[in-house]
Design a protein around this ligand. Structure first.
Ligand code: ARG
Length: 245
């Protein structure tokens, strides 16, 4: 038994560190989540976090592989070593921080409410929302918020992907969606007949890269790289590319 533990520790050291110059990292994205991560017309993975991840990998001199992972399997997949980092607009929350290690925040996004022009309820007044159908992506901070604040008052529809949710809003199967603000801005407000229908809600302490708790050395390098990219203007340039509207 003791021997096995020693062996697995040695293995862990081998896989999680030692040679800082050529690290192999697999980074997970849930797509589409425009403008953070989505596929362009050629089917290539693109977006704010995809570019940021690429710049970060270059800075860390890491050999990175980008993988697609459905949102509801993100943390389980990370813990099962299917990949090493999550860069999927994951908000930093105390509950998640019990299971994963977060980098310093590299972005901030509140949850936004978006609905058709005809929507006339006040989303902050829970009783006025009675009978409405609200769409959220399952397992997100928006899901947690409506589940805690509006259960029993509204009908909550939970979606595996953000684009299915937006399709249902367009098809009038939902009255309103609650989604990370920039995603609503780009995928809902960009269409005719929709508007923001309530005040955005701050959820989580920014967005961070999520890693396994034991990968402290990776986290240190990630933080160092992110700081460097902010200092040298790379971060701002990527930001401009995806958020200039
Ligand atoms: N920021 C929200 C959260 O942490 C939603 C993120 C969903 N990300 C995605 N790529 N689908 O719960």
């Amino acid at each position: 038994k003791k021997l096995m533990i020693a062996a697995s520790c040695a293995l862990a050291m081998l896989t999680s560190g030692a040679h800082a110059d050529e690290r192999n990292l697999r980074i997970a994205f849930d797509v589409p989540y425009e403008p953070f991560e989505y596929k362009d017309e050629n089917g290539d993975l693109t977006g704010f976090e995809v570019d940021l991840a690429a710049a970060m990998c270059e800075e860390m001199k890491a050999d990175c592989e980008f993988v697609i992972q459905a949102w509801d399997g993100m943390i389980p997949g990370l813990l099962a070593r299917k990949f090493d980092l999550i860069m999927s607009s994951m908000s930093i929350t105390p509950e998640r921080a019990e299971r994963v290690l977060f980098s310093e925040p590299y972005y901030n996004t509140p949850g936004g409410w978006f609905g058709p022009d005809s929507f006339n309820a006040d989303v902050t007044d829970v009783s006025a929302m009675k009978g409405k159908t609200v769409g959220v992506q399952r397992g997100t901070t928006m899901d947690t918020f409506v589940t805690e604040e509006m259960s029993g008052v509204v009908t909550i529809k939970r979606y595996t992907t953000a684009d299915d949710m937006v399709l249902d809003l367009e098809g009038q199967r939902l009255d309103v969606v609650f989604v990370d603000y920039p995603v609503g801005e780009q995928t809902v407000l960009s269409k005719d007949g929709f508007k923001e229908v309530g005040e955005a809600v701050k959820l989580g302490e920014g967005v961070g890269v999520a890693m396994r708790k034991r990968d402290k050395d990776v986290a240190e390098e990630v933080n160092k790289a992110l700081r460097k990219l902010k200092e040298d203007g790379t971060y701002d340039a990527i930001m401009k590319k995806y958020f200039a509207y």
